[in-house]
Unconditional design. Structure first.
Length: 52
């Protein structure tokens, strides 16, 4: 089981459709790439090639 990372100010913003969009700050705190093609992924994951 992966550890829970507390969400703090600056970790996300709300998109126009109401979804939370996690920022690079949050991804770096989390410490790994989830390979979901996140908008602000600092790890360089590419959904089209399935590689970093």
């Amino acid at each position: 089981m992966k550890k829970m990372i507390p969400v703090e100010e600056g970790d996300f913003y709300l998109a126009d459709n109401g979804y939370r969009v996690f920022t690079e700050q949050y991804h770096l705190k989390r410490g790994y790439c989830c390979e979901s093609g996140c908008r602000h992924c600092p790890y360089g994951y590419n959904v089209k090639t399935n590689s970093q």
